[in-house]
Design a protein around this ligand. Structure first.
Ligand code: MD3
Ligand code: FE
Length: 211
C-alpha cells in the first residue's frame, strides 16, 4: 500500500487477474438486471459521458429536475438495485478500516472517450466513512486536488485491479478522470474502463432509527 496523500491510500493489483475476470463476469450479469443509464446534469440536463448503475441498498442517480441524490431503485426499471457482490465487498472489508459494510456501490462505465470533470463527492452524510474505488479494464489518468476548486492538482495512473481508499483529509478533495488509455487492458473484450466506488451514505447517528 502507498499513501499518495493524507487519507489517499493506493493498493496496486489488489485483485489478481483471475479475480478481475470473476468480477467482470459477475458485473456483466448484474448489468442485465440493472442496466447502465446516462445520468443528466442538474438544471442543464446535459448528459454525462460516463454511464452508470448501482448495487446495494442505495444508488447514486442524477437528473435535470431533482439533481444528485441517492435512491433505493433504478430510475428506469423501478427495481431495487442488485446486492453488492461479495468479491466487491472484500475490497471494502480489507481496506476501509470502517466498522460497517457500504450502503452503496456506484458502477461507472467509461468508453475510451468518456471523462469525469473535477468534482467533490458530497452527497453522502457519512463523511466519516471513506470511499473505496476499484478499477477494471483500461487504465486511466486520475486527477486529485485539494478541497478548493482551482487549487494545485496531482495526476496518477490507475490500472485494472487497483484499489484506492479515499478518506480522512482527502475525502472532500476535488477529483476527476481526465482520460482513458485505449487498449491498455484485455479484461473487457470491447475495451473501456469500469470503476466501482463503495460508500456509506447515511450519517452514523441515524443508523439505529433508519432516519
Ligand atoms: C477522491 N469516480 O464516482 S474513483 C465518482 O474513476 C468518481 O470513476 C472516479 O469520482 C472514477 O465519484 C474516481 C476514485 C475516487 C472516488 C471518490 C473520491 C477518488 C476520490 C472522493 C474524494 C476524493
Ligand atoms: Fe467522485
Amino acid at each position: 500500500m502507498i499513501e499518495f496523500a493524507p487519507g489517499l491510500l493506493y493498493f496496486p493489483d489488489f485483485y489478481s487477474r483471475l479475480e478481475q475476470e470473476a468480477l467482470a463476469s459477475l458485473l456483466r450479469d448484474a448489468v442485465k438486471a440493472a442496466p447502465l443509464f446516462t445520468p443528466l446534469m442538474p438544471r442543464t440536463g446535459k448528459p454525462f459521458s460516463v454511464r452508470m448503475t448501482n448495487f446495494g441498498a442505495l444508488g447514486w442517480v442524477s437528473d435535470r429536475e431533482h439533481g444528485y441524490r441517492y435512491e433505493a431503485r433504478h430510475p428506469q426499471t423501478g427495481e431495487e438495485w442488485p446486492a453488492i457482490p461479495d468479491l466487491v465487498l472484500r475490497a471494502w472489508r480489507e481496506t476501509s478500516n470502517y466498522p460497517h459494510d457500504p450502503e452503496a456501490c456506484l458502477m461507472n462505465f467509461y468508453d475510451v472517450s468518456a471523462r469525469m470533470g473535477l468534482h467533490q463527492d458530497r452527497d453522502e452524510a457519512a463523511l466519516d466513512a471513506p470511499v473505496v474505488s476499484i478499477s477494471l479494464g483500461d487504465s486511466c489518468l486520475f486527477r486529485i486536488g485539494s478541497e478548493t476548486r482551482g487549487g494545485k492538482t496531482r495526476s496518477f495512473k490507475l490500472h485494472s485491479g487497483d484499489v484506492v481508499v479515499i478518506g480522512g483529509a482527502s475525502r472532500l478533495a476535488f477529483h476527476g478522470v481526465d482520460r482513458i488509455f485505449p487498449a491498455t487492458s484485455t479484461l473487457l473484450p470491447n475495451g473501456g474502463r469500469i470503476n466501482l466506488t463503495m460508500r456509506r451514505v447515511r450519517a452514523a447517528e441515524n443508523l439505529a432509527t433508519g432516519g
